[in-house]
Design a protein around this ligand. Structure first.
Ligand code: MOS
Length: 729
């Protein structure tokens, strides 16, 4: 049993002692606020700043930055570092409503905010924007044609169209996914400060090294002169995965004023200055034999992007692997609209991809008279149908069987709209989820001191998911030292290169590097390869005050030189889910009960059972919390969340937590979480896959399928709200 606390940062969090990115007030701090565009499309003719500069305490109103002083950070998925390629304040083009037109800096936040409100602009253009994928004026491009690189190609196996045409049973399902925003509790913000010619950036980010190298690129300075410090992030969910456009102008303002400058975006601004979940339209056609055995699938997706970046889509990477379907064809298209560039938001592709697939599979079960669990078990596979390679580990069947037993699935009556309780319609639904088990290279630096402590620096950003706890547990379990002896340096570019922490690869990336560092440390100190150690005595015996070791881990099949070079320069260096000789995914099965109030159409979710296969469970309490969080978010994503884009004037209308409804306590009831907890034998020596995002994948179809069982009605457009349900009762 581990001696480490269940959550190492719990006390600091609940006492308010933990410091997040912008929670710093260096001497002389100035405060910044944004003025934003009130049109969605056009060009700036003139920005009026006279009223703003007359506010007492205002020192700078930045409306245009010269290209010699600032460049775009570039788009993270085309060789750059930013969430989008468009850098506001560099030219006169307005591409979306809410785009910054000025950065105001003042002695106080009140003065900056008031002055920013007084900034106005004259614009040309003004033609109506297109904000929806089915709106007029969209431009549709095939991803495979637009980005001719293997990783962006459509997923194809066999000849799906021929097999589909010949299949005796077919289902054809179209579903729609809405715009959603990540709304992490901590807003987006930074404190930037020049110390001589070195720029220090305090910003909560999932990608400190990208900020380091991106800022250096933007400012034309050596990356060694940028330090990014992000030890704790108050929720990222993909929104904080790259350089935000405020950082460049903040650095310019701080340099011109010779003062540290702080900017925290308001909640409505986070809906427009950062990424969001793009709209998508997804059609799934399944072909099966009379027993429900799947023989073919065609999955076609149109996904929203901005006018100026292509946000690469990976929907079919997962839908092709849910079942053993020999003939599969995917097709992904990008639909250009007048918004900022969308991006990664928790299971960015897998959530909607699996909603489409698992809705179709449920329809197939209904059409063939099969039990939905039995049909899924019959279509399971140990071999990846796309590559023909084995899966490194795959416990889908165990997830389904254990979940069914915990839920009491055997009691389910198959007929839809046949079960009532307390006057409500009751429905039970099931769905599985999968998420690629990707990995990044990592460098771990460990220092053992004569005081008996150990300092560990490694790539990893703590976003509340529990990576500090997982690493601490690994160290304490390995060395037998108390948790208090372990100090972690995470998210800090001064300590170790910081790869993007996202895509649920954080723990599976950091732990093997730390484990390799511990083995190296034992070797250096002449300690046995395993078992508790007396660290103090071992370091003292060397005669030195501290012993430093470093270990580098490279994902299977990655060329080490390229991997380390990309890691050191803040670029994504990912491997997976296809590795030499195997394919790796994490899996989950969700079982949901819904109750539908006949008079009002209100949907409640009294019970969810979720059983996950994430390889070895490195930190039981934080892992269970990840799954619970995924289910809670899934309830919100299915029944509540939608960002409403304004079709005439652009921008998102409900850009506050009052009007963007997320699941709250009253929406959440029993969530029963269990793990298979079988180490993956191939992915890495620690045996961990990933967990955060797979937990969310499949919640929406489990609820949607339960709603079909309750009502006999298929709901294909998310979110499914009272008004949608009531008209069908
Ligand atoms: Mo996540 S959406 O990969 O931070």
């Amino acid at each position: 049993m581990s001696t480490a606390p269940a959550r190492v940062d719990a006390h600091a969090k609940v006492t308010g002692a933990l410091r997040y990115g912008a929670d710093r007030a260096p001497h002389g701090l100035a405060h910044a606020a944004y003025a934003v565009a009130t049109v969605a499309k056009g060009r700036i003719v003139r920005v009026h700043t006279e009223a703003a500069v007359s506010i007492p305490g205002v020192h700078l109103v930045l409306t245009r930055v010269d290209a010699a002083e600032l460049r775009s950070a570039g788009f993270i998925w085309s060789g750059g570092y930013g969430f989008q390629s468009l850098q506001p304040l560099l030219d006169d083009r307005i591409a979306y409503r809410g785009q910054p037109i000025a950065l105001v800096v003042a002695d106080t936040l009140v003065a900056a905010t008031e002055a920013a409100r007084l900034v106005t602009a004259d614009y040309t253009g003004g033609e109506p924007p297109t904000v929806a994928i089915d709106g007029p004026g969209v431009e549709i491009v095939g991803q495979e044609q637009a980005v001719p690189m293997p990783m962006f190609a459509d997923t194809v196996a066999g000849d799906a169209d021929t097999a589909l045409a010949a299949a005796p049973v077919k289902v054809d399902v179209e579903v729609y996914g809405p715009n959603q925003h990540q709304v992490p509790m901590e807003l987006i913000g930074a404190v930037v400060q020049w110390h001589g010619d070195t720029l220090v950036v305090h910003e909560s980010t999932q990608n400190s090294s990208a900020l380091q190298h991106g800022m250096a690129h933007q400012l034309g300075i050596d990356p060694g002169r940028v330090q990014v410090i992000s030890p704790s992030v108050g929720g990222g969910f993909g929104q904080k995965n790259s350089v935000q456009p405020h950082l460049g102008p903040l650095a310019v303002a701080a340099r011109r004023l010779g003062r540290p400058v702080k900017l925290v975006l308001t909640r409505p601004q986070t809906f427009h200055q950062a990424s969001f979940r793009p709209m998508s339209r997804q059609r799934v056609r399944l072909g099966a034999d009379a027993s429900g055995r799947l023989v073919a699938a065609v999955h076609e997706i149109d996904q929203q992007t901005s006018r100026y970046d292509l946000f690469p889509a990976f929907y079919t990477e997962v839908s092709a692997r849910l079942y053993g379907i020999g003939d599969f064809r995917g097709r992904q298209r990008q639909v250009r609209t007048d918004t900022q560039t969308p991006g990664y938001m928790r299971a960015p592709f897998e959530h909607m991809s699996v909603f489409a697939m698992e809705t179709a599979v449920d329809e197939l079960a209904h059409a063939t008279g099969q039990d939905p669990v039995a049909l899924r078990l019959a279509n399971d596979t140990a071999t990846d149908p796309v590559t023909g390679l084995p899966f490194s580990s795959r416990h889908v069947a165990e997830c389904l069987e254990r979940g069914a037993a915990r839920f009491g699935w055997a009691e389910r009556k198959p007929q839809p709209r046949s079960h009532y309780a307390d006057g409500d319609l009751v429905g039970w639904g099931v769905a599985i989820g999968a998420y690629p088990a990707d990995l990044a290279p990592a460098i771990a630096k460990l220092s053992a001191t004569a005081a008996g402590t150990i300092v560990v620096a490694v790539a990893g950003h703590e976003m509340g998911q529990g990576i500090r706890t997982a690493i601490t547990r690994l160290v304490t379990d390995d060395l037998g030292v108390p948790a208090a002896a372990v100090e972690l340096d995470l998210g800090d570019t001064r300590r170790a290169p910081q790869h993007l922490t996202a895509g649920s690869w954080g723990t599976a990336t950091a732990l093997p590097a730390v484990a390799a560092g511990l083995a190296e440390l034992r070797a250096r100190l002449g300690l046995p390869a395993a078992g508790p150690v007396d660290l103090r005595a071992a370091v003292a015996a060397t005669g030195a005050p501290r012993v430093d070791v470093e270990a580098t881990t490279i994902p299977p099949g990655q060329p080490p030189d390229i991997a380390v070079e990309r890691l050191r320069t803040g670029l994504p260096a990912l491997a997976g889910p296809e590795y030499p000789g195997f394919v790796a995914f994490s899996y989950i099965a969700h079982f949901a009960e819904v109750r539908v109030e006949l008079a009002t159409g209100r949907v409640r979710v009294p019970q969810v059972v979720s059983v996950a296969d994430c390889g070895r469970v490195a930190s039981p309490v934080t892992a269970a919390s990840q799954v619970r969080g995924g289910v809670v978010w899934g309830i919100g994503a299915t029944l509540r969340e939608r960002s409403v884009a304004e079709p005439r004037y652009g921008g998102f209308l409900n850009a506050t937590l009052e009007e963007y409804p997320i699941a709250v306590n009253a929406d959440v009831h029993d969530i029963d979480v269990d793990f298979i907890d079988e180490p993956d034998p191939l992915l890495n020596p620690v045996g961990v896959k990933g967990l955060g995002e797979v937990a969310f994948v499949g919640v929406a179809p489990a609820i949607g399928n339960a709603l079909f069982h309750a009502t006999g009605v298929r709901f294909r457009r998310l979110p499914i709200r009272i008004e949608d349900v009531l008209t069908h009762l």
